[in-house]
Design a protein around this ligand. Structure first.
Ligand code: NAP
Length: 648
């Protein structure tokens, strides 16, 4: 797999006028960084034209229309010259990349970011997520090692691509009938990605996303096409579930028990197992009695029953998380009546482009201008995730009375509250119900262009903020005894997120079973390896989730690079297996726990799927994303105990 930073680019054949028109849609800060690459002139980012970043503010970094015109004129000249045969100058130095990083984020960052960006731009010609040193090992050694990947979603596909490139045999086991994971499973109306699509894509496969946040069918097609193009479907057993995985200490191998849809079983033996099962796919049902009594239609958002026509129906929706937030406004358009039961309102961030198409000019720039897509992606990485981290970190000196945890957090709270007030248009009762009473960042922040609030203000939509007491044969009864009858109940009540790898039975050394070992409190080292479970590697494992809307694909790319690095260690040393050292794992988890308590999602006292039943944050990575990138670049052999076959 040879990839380069500019592989996705198409040659420029556009006329001067077409280039000029496309530039009207340019993201100016990204264009300025691209201009440094194209012209070799560092002064583009050293002059008076600079972005000033306000989160959830102006995409152009408040660069004035006159200054934007100046940049566009310069870009027009440079792109026409490129079309007419000009060559790209030598790539910028690491020091200049650091400067460009500081320019686009409007602050001085640590050199780790420059190093990350230098790699992402592939200026040294290296794929930043390729495992280090695997291709130096004899092909026979690589071919003699076999891996089982559980799940053919985003992470499983990625693991397959990387193993294939490394010449390591693998099989993917997928319980569904096709690839795509969450994007295959979730088909509810209105489903779309809620991280910016230009970061929610593999680093090696930029896509021409039709929207800034594309709908589910587009995402499903992206993963389907990726799996097809890399020939992964031929490596996948569909309609097959891993029921059990057992580590054989003598042979240093894993034995998997697979079950097909028809109930037949078979065994699979491999050297390693990569769990790519995701966190959000096993439905969670509300903890109220009576669900089985309801005599109408009912289903969970992730198991949408499309055979039912909802036109004119009386529908009850339980939950106001990310899923309900997307499907409730859609069903309200056809339903007779929709009553939504809200336990905790979500914070909403104003994102006017949430449903917008990417304009033609921006498509052209992303596809034709060298390094523009990379800097645009980095700008999303910063503005939608990394840059927000400071605003969700606790200031011990701040007294926000459980409404905010720092001055910066309070500022965001005020901005979001103003946005909600604007959308309520004077409806004080609605405003009272929908403004959260907990700090921003304690639960997932939902992106909004006003769609949710417009739905809540429809005549046929009612928001109930009283707890649900029980479900009856005809509907829902709330705590004060009010009964709501309905034809349909839709559960938007989320997933069994903190039951990692459940319901598989996984047995490690000495026959220890994973769920029993975790005892409801899953932990792993870097979210990837677990002491006592050699050669079991997790993607999207414990503490690898994010609250501010970064991209889980970023995490998976780091994890898969690390996992292949671990396999490299085994092959290089001629070992059968590696087992994470308990002291390393424990020290890491202590630090993670302490840091999570400093963050909004750990500090606040509010129900969230980021915490397990014991109140520990099992889901989230509390540090900057770039830290995960650096920590997982290559495994440190001293973190592991190596086991040899026969002596394991
Ligand atoms: P969720 O965020 O866990 O939301 C579940 C909702 O059900 C919450 O509002 C919860 O209230 C409510 N609930 C649970 N039990 C209840 C009860 N007994 N009575 C009343 N309400 C009850 O689940 P989700 O919306 O499916 O989203 C899960 C995660 O999936 C998201 O956070 C996100 O990471 C991901 N997701 C992503 C996308 C996307 O990218 N497009 C879309 C959907 C989901 P409380 O808040 O009080 O617990």
């Amino acid at each position: 797999m040879t990839i380069h930073g500019l592989d996705h680019l198409r040659p420029i054949t556009a006329s001067d006028a077409e280039i000029e028109a496309a530039l009207e849609d340019a993201h100016i800060p990204a264009l300025m960084c691209a201009l440094v690459h194209i012209t070799g002139d560092a002064n583009v980012v050293r002059g008076p034209i600079k972005p000033v970043i306000n989160f959830f503010g102006d995409e152009q970094g408040n660069i004035s229309p006159e200054d934007q015109a100046t940049v566009r004129a310069r870009a027009r000249e440079a792109l026409c010259a490129l079309r007419d045969g000009a060559r790209l100058p030598a790539p910028p130095s690491q020091a200049l990349v650091n400067e460009m990083v500081d320019f686009i984020v409007d602050r001085a960052l640590t050199p780790e970011y420059g190093e990350f960006l230098h790699a992402e731009l592939m200026l040294s010609g290296e794929d930043p997520y390729a495992p280090v040193g695997l291709d130096e090992l004899p092909a026979a050694a690589r071919a003699g090692f076999k891996v089982a990947i559980i799940g053919a979603g985003m992470s499983g596909i990625l693991a397959g691509i990387r193993l294939q490139a490394a010449g390591i045999p693998f099989e993917i086991i997928e319980r569904h009938e096709d690839v795509g994971g969450t994007w295959y499973q979730n088909t509810y109306p209105g489903c779309r990605v809620d991280s910016p699509n230009h970061i929610y894509s593999y680093s090696f496969r930029p896509a021409d996303w039709p929207q800034y946040y594309s709908p589910q069918p587009v995402l499903r097609d992206y993963f389907d096409a990726t799996a097809r193009d890399y020939g992964l479907k031929a490596h996948t057993r569909f309609g097959t579930e891993v029921k059990e995985a057992r580590f054989d200490e003598r042979g240093g191998r894993w034995r998997l028990t697979l079950e097909r849809r028809d109930g037949t079983r078979e065994e699979l033996e491999t050297n390693a197992v990569i769990s790519a099962v995701g966190q959000l796919n096993r439905p969670k049902w509300p903890d109220v009695p009576g669900r089985e009594r309801f005599e109408g239609i009912s289903f969970h958002s992730t198991e949408w029953q499309h055979e039912h026509d909802l036109t004119g129906k009386r529908i009850l929706v339980i939950g106001t998380g990310a899923s309900a937030f997307q499907f409730a406004p859609e069903i309200a358009k056809v339903a007779g009546d929709v009553t939504i039961f809200q336990r905790t309102p979500p914070w909403m961030a104003p994102v006017p482009t949430y449903h917008d198409n990417v304009p033609a000019g921006k498509h052209w720039l992303l596809n034709h201008v060298p390094y523009y897509a990379k800097w645009y992606r980095f700008s999303m990485f910063w503005n939608a995730a990394e840059g927000l981290l400071h605003a969700v970190r606790k200031d011990p000196a701040w007294n926000g009375q459980n409404h905010s945890i720092s001055a910066a957090n309070d500022e965001v709270r005020q901005m979001f509250t103003d946005w909600i007030a604007e959308l309520c248009e004077g409806d004080t009762e609605l405003f009272r119900k929908v403004v959260p009473k907990y700090p921003v960042g304690a639960k997932r922040i939902l992106l909004d262009n006003g769609n949710w609030m417009r739905a809540l203000r429809r005549d046929n939509v009612h928001l109930v903020d009283e707890p649900v007491r029980e479900i009856t044969t005809t509907g829902v009864v709330t705590e004060s005894g009010i009964a709501y009858d309905a034809d349909v109940i839709i559960y938007g009540t989320g997933f069994e997120a903190s039951r990692f790898l459940w319901p598989m039975r996984v047995y490690g050394r000495s026959g220890k079973e994973l769920q029993a070992h975790w005892n409801g409190d899953p932990r792993a080292y870097l979210g990837i390896t677990i002491p006592g479970f050699p050669n079991l590697f997790c993607c999207y494992g414990p503490n690898t989730n994010i609250v501010a809307n970064g991209s889980i694909i970023f995490f998976s790319e780091c994890e898969v690079r690390y996992i292949l690095g671990c396999i490299g260690l085994l092959l290089r040393g001629g070992h059968a297996a590696l087992d994470c050292r308990r002291d390393v794992h424990d020290a890491y988890n202590q630090a993670i726990d302490a840091e999570n308590l400093e963050m909004a999602w750990g500090a606040a006292n509010v129900p969230t799927w980021y915490k397990n039943t014991k109140g520990r944050v099992t889901q989230n990575w509390p540090y900057p994303l770039v830290e995960f990138w650096h920590r997982t670049r290559r495994p440190n052999p001293t973190d592991y105990q190596f086991l040899d076959a026969g002596a394991a």
